[in-house]
Design a protein. Sequence first.
Length: 255
Amino acid sequence: MIPIFDSLAHPTISKKWFDSKETTSFSNYSNQLKQAGFKNGFAVGINELEKYEHRLYFERAAKFDNITPIAGIDVHSKNIINEINEIKEIGFKGVKIHSRFNNLDLKSERFKFILKELDNLEMPLILCTYFFQKQSRLYINPFELFELFETLNKTNILLAHGGVFDLLTYAELSKHFKNVYIDLSFTINKYKGSSLDHDIKYLFENFDQKLTIGSDYPDFDLVNTRERFDFFSKNLTTVKKENIAFANLEKFIGL
């Protein structure tokens, strides 16, 4: 069985996640990783959600050798350089920006500035690409988004959920950026049985050096994510399976 590195999960300090009935403790997440044959997983914090605080979140995650903590950066910090430096000093392997929860327009000068400083400080970024809500003001065209990456040379970008319905567009654009990866967390589970299954199958076969896979725990469990990975990777070579399962994510954080 190919071990998987979970690209996105939300264990929390409060042990709660919105209306989920799951106890989202770090210990519960660690146990589920083991049970589903995962080698590691990103515990991703989101600023101001469920009692998140940098140092405490890192300490809780660091107790488990199969969890890698990712910081919930405060995108509205008055000194973003100090914010990134603190996150790096604590020991986080990357940061997460969630435009909806963080109320950040990716077309704004603020986001451009944050990208520049993340690149200067060589801090990997997980960027949420699920923009669906009542208003469309936070949506950004894939071509506009990738244009923002053209000047980034020292940091890696993981596009969480792969742009959802823009998945193939994101994948094609990513070919021109050696530091950009396409993540299938949430999308691979949420849209099972839809036309996206054909797109995902195509990407497994042809974009193995760009893809990562994740659960988006607790919204989707790890056993189902394992089943989806096994389904799409069934006829792939071992090298392609390993790239998607864990190798690309390890490259993303510089391992």
